[in-house]
Ligand binder design. Structure first.
Ligand code: AMP
Length: 220
């Protein structure tokens, strides 16, 4: 199985698809957003600064991202395939990632670009809740995505939380940041011949199967 990179605007469903692969194939789901949120929970100045940056919706400096990422993918569970959710977000990060993979002797895998309609994405952000323990994502306003018990994670039973950047104002900044910095990656990976498109109206099950066929070479 090959590694997966998801490129998508906020709330396009990359977290949900990542979790589906993690559950079926027991491969790591690396979300740079989750890594950053974890790093921002400390009481020191750096953690507080990071917390404010995440709340703003703007991108965190490459230096911080690359350090966190290198630490994470050097761990034993990343020897095989893994899912990359939220990275790279700029051409600079994509280039730095290639260098890192070269140094570690790893392959990049396949890249999946998920389309999304800005109005649909905005609506999804409003009802989104996540588990602070396992990072599962729910939506209190969308049928089929609600937790079984209101406000609690299905798996961990802990109280679900609303992310500090899941509000309409920050969403607009995140979407604009995505269009300016991350969309150029689509051409970049297309030129490398590893880009695949998931239409925005494709249901998650079909999308899962499409991705699965590509990364397993149709072996399932
Ligand atoms: P996400 O959980 O992917 O929506 O990311 C939440 C926030 O974390 C983003 O709005 C950025 O501030 C930051 N972030 C996550 N991944 C990256 C990245 N690869 N580069 C820069 N900032 C990032």
């Amino acid at each position: 199985m090959e590694s997966i990179i998801f490129i998508a605007p906020p709330a396009a469903g990359k977290g949900t698809l990542s979790k589906m692969f993690q559950d079926k194939y027991k491969i790591p789901h690396i979300s740079t957003g989750d890594l950053l949120r974890e790093a921002s929970r400390g009481n020191d100045e750096d953690s507080k600064k990071l917390h404010e940056k995440l709340k703003s919706g703007f991108l965190v400096d490459d230096e911080i991202i690359m350090k966190l990422l290198e630490e994470r993918i050097s761990q034993d569970d990343c020897k095989g395939a893994y899912i990359m959710d939220g990275f790279p977000r700029t051409i600079n990060q994509a280039k730095a990632y290639e260098k890192l993979l070269n140094n570690l002797g790893k392959n990049i895998g396949q890249v999946f670009y998920i389309g999304v309609d800005i109005d649909v994405a905005r609506d999804r952000i409003i009802g989104r809740l996540s588990c602070p323990k396992c990072n599962a994502v729910y939506n209190e306003l969308i049928e089929g995505e609600q937790p079984k018990v209101k406000g609690a994670c299905n798996t961990c039973q802990v109280n679900l939380i609303k992310r500090s950047d899941d509000n309409v104002e920050t969403f607009e900044i995140r979407f604009k940041t995505y269009m300016e910095n991350t969309e150029p990656l689509i051409n970049y990976y297309d030129n490398l011949g590893i880009l695949h498109y998931i239409p925005e109206d494709m249901d998650k099950k079909t999308a899962f199967k499409l991705i699965e066929d590509i990364v397993t070479g149709g072996a399932v």
